[in-house]
Design a protein around this ligand. Structure first.
Ligand SMILES: Cc1cc2nc3c(=O)[nH]c(=O)nc-3n(C[C@H](O)[C@H](O)[C@H](O)COP(=O)(O)OP(=O)(O)OC[C@H]3O[C@@H](n4cnc5c(N)ncnc54)[C@H](O)[C@@H]3O)c2cc1C
Length: 357
């Protein structure tokens, strides 16, 4: 039985590990950070919103990965499913301020897709869309993925890997027969990969408690940043957010924090608690400040040229020139959740092809 080492335990690494186990191989997940660890800027998956709202546009490969993932998570979120609690099925409402010139590929794929009626538009938007999708409860979902890897016989080793040769030479487990690199933003510095096309897309958020919010909304409520509101089944709601390229700053910034609050209450006044909504006055930032649980920020693993999902072979050091398959699955940017199952399925196909050579 082949053993595959999966480097990385974010949403991409764990989903890839699960699909490799399903294909009948042994798996060892090697990572510095795992679900349940204290939140750390080197582990992006903890900071995601996260919802499924494809941004693939014309990119057909990305769109297929997103839609393959949607098929999986829509089923997993079905009422009565044992995994229902990991998701919230919600309307996703986007408000657009610039003219929409291209057809929206989501029109043919997302349940209940329609254009917004003019009376539904907010904050000066000129058009908008509505469809049904899911949000992921990331702090439940990641431990669930990890538990599934372990339940299905996968193993886990905590290690800071300096170079992939350390894994290939058997420093953390037996010498693997193949390696899957799912290191997210870490792919930029990981020895043997050192992908200079990988860059951070910094996203800042605020987590609040507002269990009465049951739909996702996104739009431009104020200049400078986009606003989005993503509810989770736990009753927590993520307010965002920013999308800044090449910004490595690892902590929430105070000025952006205030901009997020202002944008959120403008776009979604329903965030204010019931007594404010019932009072007839216009809700303000001060009405949602007491609901704040914490501020966060994460580095989306952007990549020039898009996601790296490909196979190659790599030489095992000190092993008489032996080559083993290596599959790369990183650089998911702001789409790691919504393309996780699709990219994991493709990674497994590439791995199988690698073993057949
Ligand atoms: C604010 C925000 C909102 C987002 N919203 C959404 C959304 O709505 N929908 C969506 O689909 N996506 C969203 N994303 C994007 C999503 O979070 C990422 O695409 C995804 O988390 C990337 O996962 P990953 O597994 O590739 O990386 P990570 O989660 O960063 O995991 C990387 C793993 O590799 C390990 N690792 C790396 N280097 C090494 C090393 N040298 N040695 C050992 N271990 C190593 C780390 O320890 C970790 O286990 C959002 C992101 C942010 C920041």
């Amino acid at each position: 039985m082949f053993t595959v080492a999966v480097l990385g335990a974010g949403v991409v690494g764990l989903t890839t590990a699960l699909k490799i186990l399903e294909a009948g191989y042994n798996v060892v997940v090697i990572a510095q950070l795992f679900p349940g660890d204290a939140r750390d800027i080197r582990y992006t998956s903890n900071f995601a919103g996260a919802n499924h709202s494809s941004m693939a546009g014309d990119d057909k490969r990305q769109f297929k990965l997103d839609m393959d993932t949607f098929d999986v998570v829509w089923k997993m979120s079905e009422p009565g499913s044992p995994t229902e609690h990991l998701f919230m099925r919600t309307p996703i409402i986007h408000y657009y301020h610039d003219p929409v010139t291209k057809p929206d590929p989501l029109a043919d794929t997302m349940p209940e897709y329609r254009k917004l009626y003019s009376e539904e538009l907010r904050v000066g938007a000129t058009s908008g869309t509505y469809f049904m999708s899911v949000t992921f409860d990331v702090w439940r979902y990641l431990p669930w993925l990890y538990s599934q890897v372990l339940v299905r016989g996968g193993r886990a080793v905590r290690a800071q890997v300096q170079h992939i040769n350390q894994v290939l030479e058997g420093a953390f487990c037996e010498k693997p027969d193949a390696l899957a690199v799912c290191a997210g933003i870490g792919a930029r510095t990981l020895g043997g990969v050192e992908d200079e096309n990988v860059f951070p897309i910094r996203g800042q958020t605020i987590l609040i408690r507002a269990p009465w919010i049951k739909q996702c909304m996104g739009g431009k409520a104020q200049p400078g940043i986009s606003t989005y509101v993503i509810p989770r089944p736990s009753g927590d709601v993520i307010l965002g957010g920013t999308w800044f390229h090449d910004d490595w700053y690892p902590k929430p910034k105070e000025d952006i924090h205030e901009m997020i609050l202002e944008g959120a209450i403008k776009l979604v006044p329903e965030l204010a608690p019931a007594e404010v909504r019932g009072s007839g006055r216009t809700p303000t930032v001060e009405d949602i400040r007491p609901l704040i649980i914490e501020a966060g920020c994460g580095l989306r693993p952007g990549r020039k040229g898009g996601l790296r999902l490909e196979k190659d072979t790599v030489e095992v050091p000190n092993c008489k020139g032996k080559q083993v398959p290596i599959v790369y699955n990183y650089g998911h940017g702001g789409q790691g959740y919504q393309s996780s199952w699709g990219s994991a399925m493709e990674a497994v196909m590439l791995l199988k092809e690698g073993f057949e050579v």
